[in-house]
Design a protein. Structure first.
Length: 636
């Protein structure tokens, strides 16, 4: 690594974090002795942090017993300090290593981190080997870890014992959509195009949410071909021209074209390799691109919000030549001539006449590129660490990491993502006002709606369609009444495969200790299990409820000591048993796991599990013949 240590420097303890995720308990350096540890200091908004996740996964796969990667999440934005929001990012990016919420920068400071991402490698004896910042360190890390593994294994100092993982992905059930990033509404054809990002597909519906077609087989990949065989990797923004839908296939670093009549997917730009810093473009599938996030079509050209390059690129659809259009490649908020300006992870773009309006997410700004005057200008927003939630005019305005924009009647509607709001920005008087959302993450319809990190917007038929990313839903805002409803997606399957079903007692299962219960000796008894779900939720009928009863001597059930799977479960669950004729104390343990969803079946489903310990006393004269267990479910 760039700053490899020559002397043995003990690694500081991993203390000061406010929450651990993906593990059942906090980890210490003592727990990690005998393993190589790679600390990844990251913040989930950062495109560079996203870029190194595939490298981390490759290293974890290559050294599964010797290496532990630990994500140290040191937040840039206020919204990113919340553990639940980090958990959503873990799910969105498919992270399966431990993550600590370093919300107070305690670990960041202890290790002297200065930028996102920063990587620190620790050897099996707990000494820092070296550190580096930025992307592109896979090869040197691979060599270092390989050598350390060999050296320490020869000394019998490698510990292959697994760490206590408890992955967040096992707490989330199925959903029709998964972290939809963008939406495109087309009034002419009366269709909605949904980037179902974490399902790696494009879902096409009518305006009522009835599925017309699906492009993508759901697998992570980059295959071209028929809609049913093609594959994507976390697609985001789209642009429509005639019967062609253009898609920013973000994590494949590709631009794809969907022929909506022939139902064929074709790659038209990119090589699937990430373009280098300050790349100058190229032609078609011979040259790379860098994390395209959104697109706008104007007169035969695609204008691409190239988040990974901190630029807007332009692609001629006839010649397939593409190149930077605005932004020097430096990250920042500098106005001026197109090639002299500085942008910061543009993630949403919309065209209006000669203007390209874009959400410059890392500087929390709404800006435009004037195609006639060849200049970039900022409407609201200031710089990299200036953010908040303030309506007003000019320099007093604050946004927080906006990802989506669309124009309507001369105004720019903004998905102010980390503020969980929809705002209106006026490019004429440089004002910004809140239009919808109360600033708190939630999932509420009506005139006082709540959103959860919305990422994409599109207008049609006097309605604003919102990709409400962390709610796994499409929301519809009526421009006349300002009421919000959740679009009912009809025609998608919500399936639970065998390999995603939970063990009977997952690591996150809640343990409930119940008071002593007296039962009558030698009696037939009935055990009733009642699960009290939150208002507006029901058991998922497409996923089984699984229970296991463990009973000591003294009480018997026909299905004791084995897993029982109930397909299409209904509550309450009644189980018959019998007590013995011996006066004694005994124990009953009931373990249950189940899936539950919103009553409208939109958004995410959840998994819950509980282990109830019920002490029993058997008495020959006094005692009940029934045991009732009530479990109150709390939303994550």
């Amino acid at each position: 690594m760039a700053s490899a240590q020559k002397k043995s420097i003990p690694a500081p303890e991993l203390t000061g974090g406010t929450a651990w995720l993906n593990v059942s308990r906090p980890l210490t350096l003592a727990d990690l002795k005998g393993k190589m540890v790679l600390l990844d200091f990251w913040t989930y908004c950062c495109i560079n942090c996203m870029h190194i996740i595939p490298d981390l996964k490759k290293l974890e796969a290559k050294y599964p017993k010797e290496l532990v990667v630990i994500g140290v999440h040191s937040a840039k934005f206020q919204n990113e300090r919340e553990a639940e929001n980090i958990r959503q990012a873990i799910l969105r990016y498919g992270i399966e290593h431990p993550v600590i919420n370093d919300s107070n920068f305690a670990i960041w400071q202890a290790y002297g981190a200065r930028a996102w991402p920063t990587l620190v490698l620790i050897d099996p004896e707990g000494n820092i080997v070296g550190s580096d910042t930025g992307e592109g360190h896979y090869e040197i890390l691979d060599k270092l870890i390989g050598k350390l593994s060999s050296d320490f294994r020869s000394k019998n100092l490698i510990n292959e014992k697994p760490i206590p993982l408890s992955l967040e992905k096992y707490k989330l059930g199925p959903s029709f959509l998964s972290f939809p990033g963008k939406i495109l509404a087309d009034e002419t054809s009366k269709r909605l195009f949904i980037a179902d990002s974490n399902h790696n597909r494009i879902v096409i519906t009518n305006m009522e949410g009835e599925v017309l077609d699906i492009a993508g087989n759901g697998e992570t990949g980059r295959n071209d071909g028929d809609f049913k065989d093609a594959s994507f990797h976390h697609p985001q923004g789209m642009a429509l021209q005639g019967d062609n839908l253009y898609v920013a296939d973000t994590e494949n670093h590709l631009i794809r074209k969907l022929d909506l009549k022939a139902k064929i997917v074709t790659t038209i730009a990119g090589t699937s390799k990430q373009a280098a810093f300050m790349d100058t473009g190229g032609m078609g599938t011979f040259s790379p691109v860098n994390s395209p996030w959104d697109m706008a079509y104007v007169e035969g050209k695609l204008y691409i919000a190239m988040a990974g390059a901190h630029q807007i690129w332009i692609m001629d659809l006839e010649t397939t030549v593409f190149q930077p259009f605005a932004g020097s490649g430096r990250e920042g908020c500098i106005d001026g001539l197109l090639d002299k300006s500085a942008l910061a992870q543009p993630s949403g773009i919309t065209a209006s006449d000669s203007m390209l309006y874009f959400a410059d997410s890392e500087v929390s700004a709404i800006r435009y590129a004037d195609m006639k005057e060849n200049r970039v200008k900022t409407i609201v927003g200031q710089d990299l660490f200036v953010f908040g939630d303030v309506d007003g005019k000019g320099e007093e305005v604050r946004l927080q990491h906006p990802l989506g924009v669309t124009n309507y009647n001369g105004l720019i509607y903004v998905a102010d993502t980390y503020n969980h709001k929809i705002k209106i920005v006026n490019p004429v008087d440089n004002t910004s006002i809140t239009f919808s959302g109360d600033g708190h993450a939630g999932f509420t319809d009506g005139k006082d709606p709540q959103f959860y990190e919305p990422g994409g917007l599109s207008f049609a038929n006097n309605k604003l369609y919102i990709a409400d990313t962390n709610n796994h839903a499409i929301r519809v805002l009526d421009m006349k009444t300002k009421e919000v409803r959740t679009l009912q997606i009809k025609g998608l399957k919500m399936e639970v495969s065998e390999n995603t079903l939970q063990p009977i007692m997952p690591p996150f299962a809640r343990l409930v200790e119940l008071p002593l219960k007296t039962l009558k000796m030698g009696s037939d008894i009935q055990l009733t299990l009642n699960i009290n779900l939150p208002r507006g939720y029901h058991l998922n009928p497409d996923a089984p409820l699984v229970y296991r009863i463990n009973a000591d001597n003294g009480i018997q059930f026909e299905q004791s000591n084995r897993e029982v799977r109930i397909e299409k479960p209904e509550l309450p669950i009644k189980i018959s048993g019998k007590t013995t004729s011996e006066e004694k104390n005994t124990d009953l343990k009931i373990s249950v796991s189940f899936y539950y969803c919103r009553d409208d079946n939109q958004g995410a489903c959840f998994i819950d599990a509980v282990v109830c310990h019920q002490p029993i006393k058997l008495d020959k004269e006094y005692g009940d013949t029934a045991v009732t267990i009530d479990y109150d479910v709390k939303l994550p």
